[in-house]
Ligand binder design. Sequence first.
Ligand SMILES: Nc1ncnc2c1ncn2[C@@H]1O[C@H](COP(=O)(O)OP(=O)(O)OP(=O)(O)O)[C@@H](O)[C@H]1O
Ligand SMILES: Cc1ncc(CO)c(N)n1
Length: 428
Amino acid sequence: MAVLIVAGLDTGGGAGLKADIETVSALGEHPLPVLTSVTYQNPSEVRGYHTLPPEVVREQIRAVRGSFKIGAVKIGMLGSREIAEAVKQETEGLTRVLDPVMESSTGAKLVDSVESVKVLILGSIVTPNVPEAEALSGLKIRSIEEMKEAAKVIAEELGAEAVVIKGGHLSYTDVLYWKGKLYEFPGERVEGFTHGTGCVFSSALAVFLAKGFELPETVERAKRFVEGSIRFSKAEARAVNPLWELERDAHRWRAKGELEEAVKELMELGEKLNPHVPEVGTNFALATPFSEVFAVKGRIVRYGGTIKPVGPVEFNASDHLRRALLKMREFYPEVRAVLNLRYSEELVEKAKKLGLVVSFYDRREEPEDVKRAEKGTMEWGIESAVKRVGKRPDLIYHLGDWGKEPMVLIFGRSAMEVVERVRALSSR
Ligand SMILES: Nc1ncnc2c1ncn2[C@@H]1O[C@H](COP(=O)(O)OP(=O)(O)OP(=O)(O)O)[C@@H](O)[C@H]1O
Ligand SMILES: Cc1ncc(CO)c(N)n1
């Protein structure tokens, strides 16, 4: 199924047509991109925009309308009244999702007037954020109750088929008014970059409508999709990541394979490694670029004179190593893997001889409040070891504490780098 997208181009690659295309593609449908305007912007600033002649917008839609099966159309930045009129005429009869884009998230105007957006409201599913809903309804919105009142006014007075007011500027709860009924979609704040959330939301809505879901279900699905695109956003983009689900799954797949290979390689060191396996067992963890962590279920244990993994490589199979790795990645994101061994003086000496950067933490230095909280020891330990050496440590050890075995953590930028380090450390 094809989804028609009528929108503006964001040169920062975060919002607008590019985010829409990615959303539609990532959700498995075919995007038909129609450009209304070129903006000059980055995630912090819109410098200006240039609208295309309405005839150019009209011709783009005409070129595809007859030759694709279009399930829905998402309409974003319109720019001018003339473009709005042309889009209205050319999209007659299609299921229309209108994101009434008026201003960018940075507060710059993206349309000549509110009236131009109103041209397309009749019969459309409209998705204003709170300021846009205020502009369309003339009401002040400070609460979920007031979102509901405004949604009703936009539907009843302006003739929208349905109204979804997005709560990104309020409490993260979205509200839908459809066929005389109100629905609430509770949400919680997700940490990450939010430039482009509105574009992704309305495109996802159009896709799910094209797939045939009923409105309340499409809103729920679109909201969850946006949450993922915030959570898995990337620093270099400073915007949402509509490809999050595909990328996350690809990274999971690769990390699992990489760790499985490395564990196999590690097993070759069986007899040499056996004396270095602690009472609690060894584990081996690998993080994806999204900081999801795989490890060996049940750990790697001593087995006769050799070693063996108890279970398979699985997602979230080691809480300790996951916490150590994620803390290390806050300082050195290139570090992706870690493995623990029993502490011994000779192991640490050997690491130093091999030229590895060695650091340690001492639980006697742990602040009382961290100790009492129980959970934070690992994080505190890694942080203090990192700060102690002032550069990226390859190996961190601690000498234990009451009931805690002394331990060595060996880090690496890949699972194989850790195996190579372990090989060198355990060779006689
Ligand atoms: N930090 C966040 N955490 C979780 N959900 C969020 C967050 N920010 C926005 N959302 C959700 O994202 C969707 C888009 O809402 P938002 O109000 O941000 O749209 P917008 O203002 O049009 O976006 P844009 O930044 O593209 O202009 C809604 O479902 C909203 O609840
Ligand atoms: C092109 C474009 N469309 C929509 C938005 C809204 O975020 C934006 N900033 N830029």
